[in-house]
Design a protein around this ligand. Structure first.
Ligand code: PHE
Length: 339
């Protein structure tokens, strides 16, 4: 029996040493140590031994069993570690692979130009204010010296929402709101969307953008208006740009002007962009009408002011040579990605 035990042990240990994977180790465990295993079988025969032989044999069997168990555990641990190592190797992330490109959003060209304009006017001391896009007839027309029957209403085809409610046709409404709420000196710009029921084509859109400017203080003259607008034109278009003030008419300013700058495309020679004239109209302006000041509770004998309204869309299309104003509003990514 002792010899058999020794043989079994040698065989089993040799099998463990030769095992190639975890599965074979398991098979060895079952073959020798399982319920019907060969070592277990020897243990079962212990009963047939004499009382003197039993403890001696028992000790031998137990130590053989322990030795085998230890060898199995060690081999099993080895295989587990090796398997884990191999899995880690297979799962390694290759940090040298190129990553997915991160897409960064960009400003809409209108916003880029608007930000430039805000910078320019802020550097001249203007505040930026906001006004509602849905306006009352009073702020959009009446208080701006355009009563209901005034022919100037025809200059701006208006979207009405209700009897006295409309989509503002001009940011000039912000002049009134500002003068109602602030005392002179006032120096503000109000950028925003405006709406007109114009027919849509390459240069007209029912929604577009204006920047209203307003300055009210003592001794403000047409010279101040010219100075500010010339400075603005030079900052936007460059120092060599000429600025022309043409007499015009707006109900809320007197006198009124329209301001042209030399066409940046042809430098005044005449081209498709300026329709051969060499000039591009960029804004309307004038000295605030005394009636408008009075309607806002400002004494026109004490204070004077000037106002201007710049078309943001025209500035943007000429700067980026965009041939159709509708492109600014369609939000086609193929177009927007170019800026
Ligand atoms: N609101 C005028 C327009 O839309 C522009 C303007 C603003 C003219 C302020 C004079 C003063 O045509």
């Amino acid at each position: 029996m002792k010899q058999k035990l020794e043989e079994l042990k040698v065989l089993a240990l040799a099998a463990v040493a030769e095992a190639k994977d975890e599965k074979q180790i398991d098979e060895i465990r079952v073959k020798y140590l399982g319920k019907k295993g060969e070592l277990t079988a020897i243990l079962k025969q212990m009963g047939s031994l004499s009382p003197e032989e039993r403890p001696v044999m028992g000790q031998l069997v137990n130590s053989a069993k322990a030795e085998l168990e230890e060898a199995i555990a060690k081999a099993s641990k080895n295989f587990k570690e090796k398997a884990a190592e191999e899995r880690l190797k297979a799962e390694t992330i290759d940090v040298t692979l190129p990553s997915k490109p991160a897409t960064v959003g960009k400003l809409h060209p209108l916003n880029t130009v608007l930000n430039d304009m805000i910078d320019i006017f802020q550097s001249m001391g203007f505040d930026v204010v906001d006004g509602p896009e849905v306006e009352t007839d009073f702020y959009n027309f009446e208080a701006l010296n355009v009563p209901a029957d005034h022919p100037a209403r025809d200059m701006q085809d208006t979207f009405y929402l209700a009897e006295n409610l409309l989509l503002r046709t001009q940011t000039s409404a912000a002049q009134i709101r500002t003068m109602e709420n602030r005392k002179p000196p006032i120096k503000i710009i109000c950028p925003g969307r405006v709406y007109r029921a114009d027919e849509v084509d390459a240069t007209h859109s029912p929604v577009f953008h204006q920047i209203e400017g307003l300055v009210v203080d003592k001794n403000i003259t047409m010279c101040d208006l010219k100075g500010v607008l010339e400075q603005f034109a030079h900052e936007i278009y460059g120092k060599d740009t000429e600025v022309k003030f043409r007499p015009s008419f707006f109900p809320f300013t007197e006198p009124s002007v329209e301001v042209d700058v030399t066409c940046s495309e042809c430098k005044g020679k005449g081209c498709r962009v300026c329709k051969g004239s060499g000039w591009i109209e960029i804004l309307g302006a004038g000295m605030v009408h005394p009636r408008v000041l009075k309607a806002c509770g400002i004494d026109p004998e004490e204070y004077t002011g000037f106002a201007f309204g710049i078309g943001l869309d025209r500035l943007t299309t000429t700067r980026y040579k965009i041939s159709d104003i509708r492109l600014l509003f369609e939000n086609d990514l193929r177009f927007l990605k170019q800026f």
